[in-house]
Design a protein around this ligand. Sequence first.
Ligand code: FE
Length: 334
Amino acid sequence: MTRLSLIALAMASTALPAFADEVNIYSHRQPELIQPLLDAFTAETGIAVNVAFVDKGMAERLVAEGDRSPADLVLTVDVARLMQVVDAGVTQPVQSDILNANIPAEYRDPGNQWFGLTTRARIVYASKDRVKDGEVTTYEDLASDKWKGRICTRSGTNDYNVALTAAVLAHHDADYTKAWLEGVKANLARKPDGGDRDQVKAIWAGECDIAVGNTYYMGQMLADPEQTEWANSVRIVFPQFENSGTHMNVSGIAMTKAAPNHDAALKLMEWLSTDAAQKIYAETNHEFPVKAGVERSELVKSWGAFTADSLPLADVAAQRPAALKLIEEVDFDG
Ligand code: FE
């Protein structure tokens, strides 16, 4: 089935026949990012994979389609978006010894509703010229006076920053987190604006010395001739929480409640957690394989080793609503 016909089917209101030999994915990720991987799965198993790119309103669409949804799997980035579909009641738990063995418990839902497939760290991009080795230490330290006027970041209400704030909250308490947010806000060189790469550009332009951003953007900037200079003006530093490691998030997958091709979908989920698939999937977007022991790409390896935060991502995600409230209370973007 072509992508177009899948979309047409998704919009049709009739019940769909279930083919044992195909899987339908609603993907929030760019199709070109996952197509090579899915082609490999089809070559190996003979199971066809149809991808519909769903940019916005994933949960709403699945709710509207209900039992008639042709989608078996949802593929997306950030635990926030995974939780959105889970909280909308359109996913089902998946019991799989393979998934449980391959994916560390920190990166999957304790209720088996979502599973991380790759991880990314939220790190500090530091100016090579203006930030000394060892100057960037903890996330907590980002609120200290030494960074006054030196930090750039995207909006506080962006999913990535809400997750980071939720992690601060999970490690401390509401009073501490509010003071931390106020401290970081007081240190900003300019009002939050743009995406993570725009903050690195601002370092390159001399507007700020450090920026908070996700690791894979380094790979994306290096691959873009217009942004290579920005990338080369910074180095990646892995901050830690005072009593733990570096804040991580995931790209992940969930099975829909409707899942007309349940068995084939399960097969694909499990296959995506295997060594070979993990290596390709992580490498394609400069992410970390979620499965322990799978080799990182050369570029990702060059960023160095670090210790990941040991808190389960589900525990961090549980703090998101409270974190968002604090971000709004301190008017972080204001
Ligand atoms: Fe991103």
